[in-house]
Design a protein. Structure first.
Length: 341
């Protein structure tokens, strides 16, 4: 009897040990699979993050039209690339974000890239827009005694520092016998400048469309001069060297879609007017004026255009507005498909 009980206990212990061993083995396998799943998920998240292009834009620029069209997202979806859009109030703020790597691609006016390059930025020019000088203007109040650029001597002039308006003002003063020191600059972003202009705390306002057109339509302003003969006022598209190194083809696709959406804009002024009016909160009458006097699109980086940009850089250095000389050519990116041309 004792032997029988002992035998039963022995067999029971074997079964318990086997079950325990099996349980531990299954648990270990499950844990391993779980960790493997976490690693795979983490890798997938990393890839997903890397397959995103972050684009900076302003509400008054061609990238807004591209964003509204949704065509870039459709073009990049088969490649597994997502698009994230970030809005900025000024080109200077956009380039600061681009330089810090928070975004990959963006568009500004002509002057911000020069200030960025003079500060040590290595951002690359990848595209250039058509001239839009007709929408650039120096505005004064309708009842102002200022009748010419020469009358700005001793006056307070509002404009965005480091913007396309900055260079326009410098050239207008120079061509009319004045120097930058002859005026009192008031560095203001468009929204603040408009308030100051309407309240009379600045004597003149240097600005671009559609703000120019809006001020004209609302009856607050009179155009002293436009940008004609002073500035070409082009858009410039820039990207980070790091993004270009890995995703040059993606940047080329973005520029190709900018061309297509710009062609649409030129062919559909009524629809464009409605789109911009809603986005900017500006009356359609003013937007129509701005649309009618602008051609959207990209130009090739010709020696003449590069020289235009270099002249701006040289003038800012001459006036000690930037700390060092810059060579614009150094920051122009050459796509592989263009090499050897």
């Amino acid at each position: 009897m004792k032997g029988s009980v002992f035998s039963m206990m022995k067999n029971l212990n074997k079964r318990v040990c086997f079950m325990l061993f099996s349980f531990i083995l299954v648990f270990a396998l499950l844990a391993a699979c779980s960790n493997h799943g976490k690693k795979e998920n983490k890798t997938a998240q990393t890839v997903k993050s890397e397959n995103t292009i972050k684009i900076g834009y302003q509400k008054n620029c061609p990238l807004l039209i591209l964003k509204a069209s949704g065509t870039l997202e459709k073009r990049l979806k088969p490649l597994g690339v997502k698009v994230e859009w970030y809005e900025f109030q000024s080109g200077t703020a956009l380039l600061e974000s681009l330089n810090s790597g928070n975004i990959d691609f963006g568009r500004t006016g002509d002057s911000p890239p020069i200030f960025a390059q003079a500060s040590g930025s290595n951002l690359k020019y990848v595209g250039v827009g058509k001239s839009k000088y007709e929408g650039a203007a120096i505005l004064v109040k309708k009842n102002s005694t200022i009748r010419s650029v020469a009358d700005l001597k001793g006056k307070k002039v509002g404009f965005a520092k480091g913007s396309s308006s900055h260079y326009f003002l410098v050239k207008a003063l120079e061509k009319n016998g004045l120097s930058y020191k002859d005026i009192t600059p008031a560095y203001l972003q468009p929204g603040d400048a408009r308030v100051a202009f309407e309240q009379g705390t600045i004597d003149a306002w240097v600005i671009w469309d559609p703000f120019t057109a809006d001020a004209e339509v609302t009856g607050h302003a009179r155009t002293l001069v436009t940008g004609e003969g002073y500035t070409t006022d082009r858009d410039y598209f820039l990207a980070t060297p790091a993004y270009l190194k890995k995703h040059e083809k993606i940047v080329q696709i973005v520029l190709d879609e900018v061309k297509k959406s710009s062609a649409w804009a030129n062919e559909h002024p009524a629809e464009l007017t409605e789109l911009l009016s809603k986005a900017l909160g500006i009356d359609q009458k003013a937007i129509k004026i701005a649309v009618d006097r602008r051609e959207y699109g990209l130009d090739p980086f010709t020696p003449a255009i590069i020289q235009e940009q270099q002249q701006i850089a040289d003038k800012f250095y001459e006036l000690k507005l930037i700390p060092k000389k810059v060579n614009v050519k150094d920051n122009i990116y050459h796509f592989k498909k263009d090499e050897g041309k």
